[in-house]
Design a protein around this ligand. Structure first.
Ligand code: HXC
Length: 517
């Protein structure tokens, strides 16, 4: 038997060393916290046996200017490519066992390299983050490294899907790079996102706060709106990446993948004909409408716990991906406020850049009135939503289920914002204001002068409702395309989507627009 070539043996030894990351003790510490290592996570994410690592032998720091004492192979990040459901993706996973997964100059080079490969090859780029942010010992080189990443995050935005899974503490730049991407998934009680951590806050302000209360998944899912999805553990979080990508194309010149399923496109759900209460003041649950219209169990809601008066999410209808945007009349009557505007705007733009058609369900009394909203800049925030719908060139279908008052009618994918097909249910109320508010303004003097002002107001409001609070006035003037029975919605949306599949709507040439952020 021939003795093994020493050069091969050296390679094998180097590979073992590289896979050890920060060493067995730190790996043990990571496991003791219930956390997987970077390599284990990459393997969990990808189709079995498809991961190919690149640049495992890179070490940092590159020169003696750094205070770092130890050099580790890989320098705190595992990078490479593999497959998800047979489609190529690029991935980087920060290795917390090496300087807490912090970003060094060389780590930045490695991350930028997979980002560049992902862009050139039109494939999604997925980051698995677990990092203390900029590596302090590397000083400005770490900060510059983040700038390299942020620039790519911004320039590749809308070209390839970029996803971040937060798997540990993510401080400073480790929070900002995800914020520039399409999707942030957090793990409950395990991942934290903040620009300045508890230690810094204590030093600067004296305030004592724990990481969970500062930037845990509950905060970012329900208060700040920074995160899009949360999972109970790492396995579920990585599964959500795979699920999300199932709705998305690999890049902006592909269409989203078609996934056949057994749900009958002509299915009519009789309960939809009874879902909107006769009394317009009573709520119903828009989530039930969505579930009845889309392919069975296909709705993946994004940001479900933030701005719950608005609903956004991906679904399939007739096997094709769609983006659903809606109001939830069961929460704050489906009013549009600042957070709801931001939530819907960002989602509309994400769907538009990745060729995902938009289906909008409208039931909203309009923008939320009041000082807090006006002073908070609701004009600016609502304008973003107008901008996003007007700019979007993907197929746009709108279904008005009930209230489409004032701004809500216009903003929510109205026909003359460029919506391709607009349907109204018989329960639709399309008007500038609700009946009581409208007659109070239009007939103020007449009501005051009446012998019985209450009765007069009531009579006028009934007349107003008769005239405007139905879809026939809007249909007679062409402001909606058709009035449909609610149970027909699924079939009508599927027919519209197939009629719009080859939509061609080039925008006028420009460098880029100036969205009112
Ligand atoms: C270098 C770091 C580090 C850092 C952690 N480590 N953060 N090394 N630079 N920023 C190292 C620790 O020394 C330790 O090394 C290992 O990582 C694990 O850290 P621990 O503190 O033991 O872990 P834990 O208790 O879990 O706490 C993790 C942590 C905490 C919450 C991330 O370490 C922390 O608060 N770090 C500082 C966070 C921060 O303020 N970063 C700067 C952000 S500014 P050993 O050898 O013991 O394993 C930034 C600028 C970007 O990022 C600009 C954006 C616009």
């Amino acid at each position: 038997m021939t003795a093994e070539d020493p050069r091969i043996l050296k390679l094998r030894a180097m590979r073992v060393k590289s896979r050890e990351g920060g060493g067995p003790e730190r790996i043990e510490k990571q496991h003791a916290k219930g956390k997987a290592t970077a390599r284990e996570r990459v393997e969990m994410l990808l189709d079995a046996g498809t991961f190919n690592e690149i640049e495992p032998f890179i070490t940092g720091p590159t020169d003696e200017m750094s205070l770092a004492t130890e050099k580790f192979l890989g320098d705190g990040v595992v990078t490479g490519y593999g497959q998800i459901d047979g489609r190529i993706v690029y991935v980087y996973g920060q290795d917390f066992t090496i300087y807490g997964g912090t970003l060094s100059e060389m780590q930045s080079h490695k991350i930028c390299r997979v980002m560049d490969l992902a862009l050139r090859n039109g494939a999604p780029c997925i980051g698995l983050l677990d990092s203390g942010g900029a590596r302090i010992q590397e000083g400005v080189k770490a900060l510059g490294g983040y700038a390299e990443i942020f620039r790519r995050n911004a320039q590749y935005s809308g070209v390839i899907p970029q996803i971040s899974v937060m798997l540990g503490p993510c401080a400073g730049g480790a929070a900002y790079s995800p914020a520039l991407q399409d999707l942030i998934i957090m793990v409950e009680k395990q991942s934290f996102m903040f620009l300045t951590g508890p230690e810094v806050i204590k030093a600067v302000t004296g305030e004592v706060i724990d990481a969970e209360s500062l930037g845990g998944s509950d905060i970012h899912m329900s208060v700040s709106g920074v995160a899009h999805l949360a999972a109970k553990d790492e396995v579920e979080a990585l599964g959500l990446v795979r699920k999300f990508l199932g709705y998305m194309p690999s890049n902006n010149v592909e269409n989203p993948p078609f996934q056949a399923n057994g749900d009958n496109p002509m299915r009519m759900d009789e309960q939809l004909n009874h879902i909107v209460p006769i009394d317009p003041k009573l709520p119903y649950v828009m989530h039930q409408v969505i579930a009845a219209v889309v392919d069975k169990d296909s709705f993946l809601e994004i940001q479900p716990a933030w701005a719950r008066n608005a609903i956004v999410g991906l679904a399939r209808i007739g096997g094709h991906s769609v983006g659903i945007v809606a109001q939830e009349p069961a929460v704050m009557a489906g009013v549009i406020d600042i957070d709801a505007s931001d939530k819907m705007t960002r989602f509309v733009r994400m769907c538009d850049c990745f060729n995902v058609p938009l289906v909008t369900f409208v039931d909203s009394p309009g923008f939320l009135p009041g000082i807090a909203q006006e002073h908070g800049g609701i004009i600016r925030h609502g304008a973003k939503l107008l901008y996003a719908y007007s700019e979007a060139t993907v197929p746009k279908i709108c279904v008005i289920t009930r209230k489409a008052y004032g701004g809500a009618y216009v903003v929510m994918s109205s026909k003359y914002l460029g919506t391709d097909v607009t349907y109204a249910w018989p329960s639709a109320e399309i008007a500038v204001l609700g009946a009581e508010g409208a007659v109070n303004i239009m007939f103020k003097k007449q009501i005051e002068a009446a012998a019985d002002p209450t009765k007069e107001r009531q009579t006028l409001a009934d007349e107003y409702r008769e005239k405007f609070n139905n879809p026939y006035h809007a249909a007679s003037t062409g402001y909606v395309d058709d009035i449909i029975e609610p149970r027909e919605t699924r079939a009508k949306v599927i027919a519209a989507l197939s009629a719009l599949r080859d939509k061609y709507a080039p925008a006028p040439p420009r460098k880029h627009g100036n969205i009112p952020v």
